[in-house]
Design a protein around this ligand. Structure first.
Ligand SMILES: CC(C)(COP(=O)(O)OP(=O)(O)OC[C@H]1O[C@@H](n2cnc3c(N)ncnc32)[C@H](O)[C@@H]1OP(=O)(O)O)[C@@H](O)C(=O)NCCC(=O)NCCS
Length: 181
């Protein structure tokens, strides 16, 4: 079995290359840039803005131990242009579940990176013995929903009108996938 924490160079559908690898403390700056660029778009993720506190970001990065939590970055020449993370449930009753988040900045979408990052996260989860993957997605995020469905996620519930996006109430959809029996 391949090391789920490996660094791996991949070629995207448009020919550009990125390295998929676990995060490092020195990614703090570009990861902040990444989340804030995507947050500013308003329509994809809950966060609007993360305060640009590098120490805090590094502390947060230090919590990814590769065992119960991981953050994989897509590194383009030293800049994290996308990331995917997974956190185990915090209670004994939910430790078998990993919650996934993914965020790729504009300019790097639609060329296969999301699928690659999700497959690497799911590979890591299986290797670490997780039983279930879960995530939440805005009902309006067609691209993300199509990606998750194609990977085997199923809708498990809907929080109706749970998020307010640019003046409109939008459903949040909870999706899950059982990983192993
Ligand atoms: C959602 C996201 C992770 C998808 O990653 P991506 O790299 O853009 O998607 P990919 O190129 O890997 O495409 C994956 C699938 O999505 C679907 N897809 C891709 N582009 C699409 C588009 N423009 N419209 C609809 N579906 C699309 C296709 O089903 C595609 O399947 P394929 O691999 O068979 O072609 C990425 O666009 C992103 O981070 N967006 C902004 C933040 C966000 O929405 N995060 C998720 C919050 S839940």
């Amino acid at each position: 079995m391949a090391d789920p924490m490996r660094a791996q160079e991949v070629t995207l559908k448009d020919g550009r290359r990125v390295v998929i690898r676990p995060s490092r403390l020195r990614d703090a700056e570009s990861l902040l840039r990444n989340v804030n660029l995507i947050g500013r778009e308003e329509v994809y993720i809950l966060l609007d803005q993360v305060s640009p506190n590098l120490d805090e970001e590094r502390r947060w990065l230090g919590t990814f131990d590769g065992v119960r939590a991981v953050l994989l970055v897509a590194d383009a020449g030293g800049e994290a242009i996308g990331s995917a993370d997974c956190h185990a449930g915090t209670y004994a009753k939910t430790r078998h579940v990993g919650g996934i988040g993914i965020a790729i900045r504009d300019g790097w979408r639609g060329v296969g990176l999301g699928r690659i990052l999700m497959e690497r996260i799911l590979e890591w989860m299986r290797a670490r013995g997780f039983k279930k993957a879960e995530l939440a997605v805005f009902g309006t995020n067609e691209r993300a929903r199509r990606l998750y469905e194609s990977l085997g996620f199923e809708t498990e519930g809907t929080s109706r009108r749970h998020v307010l996006i640019r003046g409109a109430y939008v459903d949040e959809i909870l999706m899950g996938m059982w990983l192993q029996d």
